[in-house]
Unconditional design. Structure first.
Length: 248
């Protein structure tokens, strides 16, 4: 499985994680605040993200492959014009709700832009730096610790699941239909128990090493004014587009 992070030395990669996180949240909020009727405004937002991708040297194919995560939302958006109420119009012989069409466009445009912005953040920032950025932004420490351990042990749990799958295959098991779902459910239950027991062992090991409820701060570096200014360029441009979308 290809990693979401794409190493590089661009100006976007060099920005501190907490600056990029702040810019991402501000950009997404401004995209959501943009009126759905201002179709041109979403094209401007997309152009801004394209500029970031070019500056970060992230190829379009790298992002498009990860856009598959949006497919369930797209399926929901496609159904809205068919089931929504209100005045209807005919498109290619199909009766569609006008309010449903606007709602589908709203979800499609804003959701796609939000996903692209998040993918650009993931592509230009290591997971460890993201966690440090959350810590610098004063996110509740418990949430940061949970995210840290989730990232740290995700590969361990995935490897445990791989070993369980190999054990099933070595015994001639192959899931071919609903009658095998019970075996897969037992596998999921066994994986949960193993993960829970491993978590207890890890917690006891941490307590024996002096853990008192908080992790030590590894990196206290702060961002310069120039770095904050560079990160603010994207939401500042998005703010201008949003204001024009409401006024024009």
């Amino acid at each position: 499985m290809e990693r979401a992070h794409r190493p590089g030395d661009s100006v976007v990669h060099a920005l501190p994680a907490h600056c990029k996180l702040t810019a991402l949240v501000a950009f997404v909020l401004l995209v959501v605040a943009t009126p759905r009727e201002a179709v041109w405004a979403f094209g401007c937002h997309a152009a801004l993200l394209a500029g970031v991708a070019v500056a970060a040297r992230v190829p379009p194919g790298f992002l498009l492959r990860r856009m598959l995560i949006e497919v369930p939302f797209l399926a929901f958006a496609v159904l809205l014009p068919l089931v929504a109420e209100g005045p209807r119009t005919t498109v290619l012989g199909v009766s569609l709700s006008e309010s449903g069409l606007w709602s589908a466009w709203n979800i499609l445009a804003k959701g796609t832009l939000g996903v692209l912005a998040a993918l650009l953040l993931a592509a230009t920032t290591e997971v460890r730096q993201l966690l440090l950025g959350l810590q610098r932004l004063r996110l509740p420490p418990l949430l940061v610790q949970i995210a840290t351990f989730m990232v740290r042990y995700a590969d361990v749990i995935a490897d445990e699941l791989r070993r369980m799958r190999i054990a099933r295959v070595s015994r001639g098991f192959t899931a071919r239909g609903p009658r095998h779902w019970a075996v897969l459910a037992k596998t999921a239950g066994a994986l949960f128990i193993r993960a829970y027991e491993r978590g207890e062992r890890v917690h006891l090991a941490m307590l024996s090493r002096g853990y008192a409820g908080s992790l030590p701060a590894i990196d206290r570096a702060t961002a310069s004014r120039a770095q904050w200014t560079g990160a603010a360029a994207l939401p500042a441009a998005a703010l201008a587009v949003c204001v024009l979308g409401w006024t024009l």
